[in-house]
Design a binder for this molecule. Structure first.
Ligand code: PLP
Length: 401
């Protein structure tokens, strides 16, 4: 029988980590679903036919909901005309212009498939433009960029001082800095004087509001050092605000990357920025066969239309408040030593040091048994309605842990 157990064996016997995406690795079988076979709106179903109210949202890309009709229709319509061609498709032009309209500072726009490679493209642009080699990274910017000793190897997971699989010579050009750690940045400014090509920053969700002063500080830091300021908006774009932190905090970077959420799950990454920086792509080559495929762009065009027409961002904030505020209240009521941090469209829960070592697992298993899939907290999407959130909270409230 092709059930969860069958697929769990299939995955773990053939695929390192049990999945091509490390964060999808199943750690708590049999409660945790081995595979998800389908989704609709805010719900997903596993191979045993169990239903979950889902807050993982594909680990971020599902911003409107699974099988969102208008987006799926746009994909189907494009599918009937072709997926990809040997010349640009009109959608490549149209969607590039749409991004210029909705993203502050997106004077030039280009497409790739994954967030990490788009950040790598920005780093290459910055190195070409400045003639410098060193890169400061704040936060996780994708596996391809996890090069700095003690930087983030995966979201929330620090690498060793010497990163496995990375030559020390390469690692020496990458420097991990902490969110809002201004002393560390000042120290790097002195140590790397005249050698910093780029400062790449992904928001810290737990201390997000520090961005109100930290982003202006980084803008000034980049202007003074001559480095490119690169915003990783892979999670914040289309969630905190359509234009991400640059819109929310009103600080325009030189280059930026958007990915999760821009095409409701279709693989599309957008790197964009000021013409003066993006023009360096004429020398620093970035090219991929699949950049600008018509299916993902059709999805992105539909997604942007919906975001512009409907109160998607407001909904994400409101439903996030209902869900994460509710979860916090349950933690408090049941005496669970955990807090929910982050802004409401992107929230994560953390256990306090007083938590018993086995508590995360016990809670994780119980949430799955109750029919709620979380990702250390997670995301709400536009299809989560009040009754879905209330049902999820009730399931958690009743959960046995
Ligand atoms: C902030 C941030 N930047 C970059 C990435 C990498 O994007 P991708 O997995 O599409 O390469 C992620 C993925 O989790 C992310 O959360």
């Amino acid at each position: 029988m092709k059930n969860n157990a069958y697929y769990h064996d299939m995955l773990t016997s053939r695929i390192p980590w049990g999945s091509s995406t490390c964060s999808k690795r199943v750690t708590w079988p049999p409660e945790e679903p081995a595979v998800i076979v389908r989704g609709r709106g805010c719900r997903v179903w596993d191979a045993d036919g169990r239903e979950y109210i889902d807050f993982r949202n594909g680990l971020g890309p599902i911003s409107l909901g699974y099988c969102y009709p208008e987006v799926d229709e746009a994909i189907r319509e494009q599918l009937s005309r072709g997926i990809i061609f040997g010349y640009p498709h009109p959608l490549e032009a149209e969607v590039a212009h749409l991004f210029s309209e909705i993203i502050p500072g997106a004077e030039r726009v280009r497409f790739l498939k994954t967030g990490g490679e788009a950040v790598a493209a920005c780093i290459k642009i910055a190195r070409q433009a400045t003639g410098r080699s060193h890169v400061i990274q704040i936060g996780y910017n994708g596996w391809l960029n996890a090069l700095a000793g003690r930087g983030l190897a995966l979201p929330g997971q620090a690498a060793a001082a010497q990163v496995p699989g990375v030559p020390p010579e390469l690692s020496a050009l990458h420097h991990a800095a902490g969110w809002n750690n201004r002393e560390q940045l000042e120290e790097l400014r002195v140590r790397l004087e005249g050698r910093i090509a780029a400062v790449v920053v992904a928001a810290d969700y737990d201390h997000f509001e520090d961005g109100a002063t930290f982003y202006p500080f980084l803008r000034q830091f980049a202007d003074q050092t001559g480095a490119a300021l690169v915003f990783d908006e892979i999670v914040t774009g289309f969630r905190i605000a359509i234009g991400g932190v640059q819109e929310y905090f009103g600080v325009t970077p030189d280059l930026a990357v958007f990915a999760k959420g821009v095409a409701n799950g279709m693989p599309l990454a957008v790197y964009c920025g000021k013409a003066a920086w993006m023009r360096h792509l004429e020398q620093a080559i970035v090219s991929s066969t699949y950049g600008g495929d018509a299916l993902s762009l059709a999805a992105a065009k539909a997604v942007i239309g919906i975001y512009r027409r409907e109160p998607v961002i407001k909904h994400l904030w409101q439903m996030g408040e209902r869900m994460w505020g509710g979860l916090e209240a349950i933690f408090a009521a049941r005496g669970i030593p955990a807090v929910v941090a982050g802004r409401r469209p992107v929230a994560f829960y953390h256990f306090l040091p007083t938590a018993a070592p086995g508590l995360p697992e016990r809670l994780g298993r119980a949430f799955c048994r109750a029919g709620v899939t979380l990702y250390r907290g997670g995301y709400v999407n536009y299809s989560h309605q009040k009754q879905d959130i209330d049902e999820a909270l009730e399931r958690i409230r009743q959960a046995d842990f």
